[in-house]
Design a protein around this ligand. Structure first.
Ligand code: 6PG
Length: 252
């Protein structure tokens, strides 16, 4: 296990190989859940799409007998595609079915799917109201993020309108490069969370990580650069393969 304080906004954590990294992420999730529940009686987590978050969801299910009080866990999503809940591209479907989160003893009334397949602008406003109502002034406790090879995170894609939003927690975002619309949390919403985790596993993420961490700050081009604040550092949780090029670059 390696920890590198990259700068005042970002801590790099390299637990080891793929399995060790997934296990670390799931254990850290459980600790954050227990801490939040003892502090304010619920744990609000934002899930994402993508292959790395999926592997962590499956690991959480394997650990479901652990001490977490599942009835106090609230599931939100950091982004959603404009497809119905039973579509294989849906992030809700991915987490619940492929990630097997439906096997956890969660309360159905604590699972908050983003409805992005119709009236996306109106539904984004409604999701923001729901978030404020359920959290009663709290920020999210944990945000689980993946990172695309183009540097996007959640559905904050390069050069899209949601990157410019100054106020607001949830946006309907047109993504011309994918010829679609997505619903997404804004950076203000993601960065308010106490635990901001960006997970990356595998060689295919190695070059993007170098670009995100070492190229000049330009989140329009590289949105993942904007993850993390001075108050709450983002944890970049990487396996050895994903971290390989950045370690080389840092002479480590
Ligand atoms: C989405 C995601 C997205 C994802 C990354 C990484 O819905 O597209 O929320 O931000 O996490 O694209 O995905 P992979 O791990 O599959 O590359």
């Amino acid at each position: 296990m390696r920890e590198i304080l990259f700068d005042e906004r970002r801590l790099i954590i390299i637990p080891g190989n793929r399995e060790e990294t997934i296990l670390f992420a799931a254990q850290q999730w459980m600790e954050a859940a227990n801490k939040a529940i003892s502090d304010h009686d619920f744990f609000a987590v934002a899930l994402s799409g993508g292959s790395t978050p999926k592997a962590i969801y499956q690991q959480l299910v394997k650990m479901k007998e652990s001490s977490v009080d599942w009835s106090k866990v609230y599931l939100f999503w950091s982004d959603e595609r404009s497809v119905p809940s039973n579509h294989p591209d849906s992030n809700y479907y991915m987490a619940m079915e492929e990630g097997r989160l439906k096997e956890l003893p969660l309360l159905p009334s604590h699972i908050f799917r983003m409805v992005a397949e119709e009236n996306i602008e109106e539904n984004a406003r409604a999701y923001e109201d729901l978030l404020i109502e359920k959290l009663g002034g709290h920020a999210l406790d944990l945000v689980m993020l993946g990172m695309g090879e183009d540097g996007h995170t959640a559905s904050l894609f390069p050069h899209t309108a949601a990157l410019k939003i100054k106020k607001g927690l949830v946006a309907a975002n047109e993504v011309p490069q994918k010829n679609t619309w997505r619903m997404t949390f804004t950076f203000d919403c993601l960065n308010a969370a106490q635990h901001i985790c960006l997970y990356a596993i595998g060689e295919s993420k190695a070059q993007t990580l170098v670009d995100v961490l070492f190229s000049p700050y330009d989140p329009e081009k590289n949105p993942s650069q904007k993850v993390g604040t001075d108050t709450y550092k983002a944890h970049f949780i990487l396996d050895e393969e994903a971290a390989s090029l950045l370690l080389k670059k840092m002479d480590l």
